[in-house]
Design a protein around this ligand. Sequence first.
Ligand code: GCB
Length: 614
Amino acid sequence: MAAMKTSYPILVVAGLALMNSLPGQSSGLFPLVQNPEARTEQVLDGTWDRIVDPYLTGYLSYHSEVSEWGFFRDDKAQKPSDLVEYSFADSPKLKVPGDWNTQDEQLFLYEGNVWYRRLFEVDPDSDARYFLYFGAANYEAMVFLNGRKLGQHTGGFTPFNFEVTGLLKEGRNVLVVKVDDTRKPEGVPNLITDWWNYGGITRSVRLLKTPEAFIRDYFVQLDPDHPGQLLVRAEIEGKDSAGGVRLEIPELGLEEELEVDADGRAEASLPVENVTYWTPEQPHLYEVALAAGEDRIGDQIGLRTIEVRGQDILLNGKPVFLRGVCIHEESPMDGGRVTTEDEARTLLGWAKDLNCNFVRLAHYPHNSHMTRLADRMGLLVWSEIPVYWAIQWENPETFENARSQLEEMISRDHNRASIILWSIANETPVNGPRLDFLSRLAGRAREMDPTRLITAALNAQSVEGKTLKIDDPLSAVVDVMGFNSYLGWYTRELADEFADMKWVNPYNKPLIMSEFGAGALQGYHGTKEDRWTEEFQANVYVNNLEMIRGIESLRGTSPWILKDFRSPRRMLPHIQDFWNRKGLVSDRGIRKQAFRVMREFYEEMEAEWEAKPE
Ligand code: GCB
């Protein structure tokens, strides 16, 4: 058998070289199409065939070369003597979108390769363009259409798309996706995180249809450099831009024709009057319509400004205190990835019950249900890329990976008024290469989006007696400093011994206490000295809040975390059982005592900040 396989040519399948990119690098992608929901020809979600492939048999030969017998060919035995050692049709199924871990007990701890197959019918128009759009697949996806490789994508939480114009067949089409969630030392994130490595095609898959020339991207936000004006950018893809892009916002009486340059780009700053600003209290969204040639697209976009002045964060020119909470993208009742709008609404609804006006979507870009709903429900958002703990700062591939995840996050959501902060990192170790890496990321984010602020969750400090000083040069790079501190939990002192600590922030910048908290098993009671009880957790909150209140530059808090979440690092039997128990609500959605402590604090802060003179 071995001898037989070596006689096959290795790289060429259906006339295409397969090894056209290194593993770990994205390739073959088309620049992201904005607002895919508005362009959907067919939603490909539903039940997909799948083959679990821990040894990568469907891709590599026994000599680790790309196999002529790869599963992407979707071979079937034609005659009884044929050897085909796999079958999509006869294999178990998986729901898309969804992680595989919570759909099949055998896959709960599985990390590796899974092949997905979806058959679909289409009758392509000869004068239209088509794109396959994936909301996200964790962590690497290699995509094949009708046996031909379209490309691959790295990064588990951001969208990607391929152009398939001319590659679709009339009638039945075969889409095969290899998803690999193996953790990698050079990855973003790397080997170690504190969340479950949910694998699979975790967000919607859509076939998009557009005219030949179309508005691939648009960006409509208030212009930070020209008060009272809208910053509008648009990008036309395709030959005929038909003279320009037309923008209409009927409620503002705005109708403008923007000129398009030779590269298909338009940019303008347009005066607008009597704007109803988007705020958490009144999350007003405008109907925005764009047109170019044959193409029309609409969106609902909120208009607001966000800026920093000294230690203040100004929303629409007014100082604001961010009453927040951290959230993982985990289903409110069953664990597993959030896949529906209802699940997202439940999580954000809990944040509203806590009297929040802000959420920190940790530690990776959440799905678009979350950010679209935040726009509608009135929640300011911190959106983050998974540059988490210690990644390979000196590895250029790691940087490229982080940069492309940042770009995809910003491209997808740059019209969401709710998002005010792009976070470039969480709790990264202080050193030169890291500062250089993160400074470059911050620069790229500012270049792409001048309308939002840059932040990062820091945690480097020096302590002298009862004084704690923030000590991280990254503070100089960000606009808003996030700081994570677990006094009363990861410290040996009891919760009552730190409330009088004094904080020194050497930077004249706003500070958000982006994490603090403690673990508790819901329903487990005792004294405030007994770890894991609700009383212990509530007491850590009481003392942290007393201390945090005294920080002069404090402009927001987002305790860790809204809901208990799954983590392989949390294995204490009968208490954790692979759940991080720092939730204010349990994994079943039941509130712990600390929820009330936090809500009362937010009621006070709301009243205090409302009473402040402007
Ligand atoms: C942190 C991390 C967060 C962890 C949390 C914890 O500082 O940012 O991802 O889950 O602490 O529970 O220890």
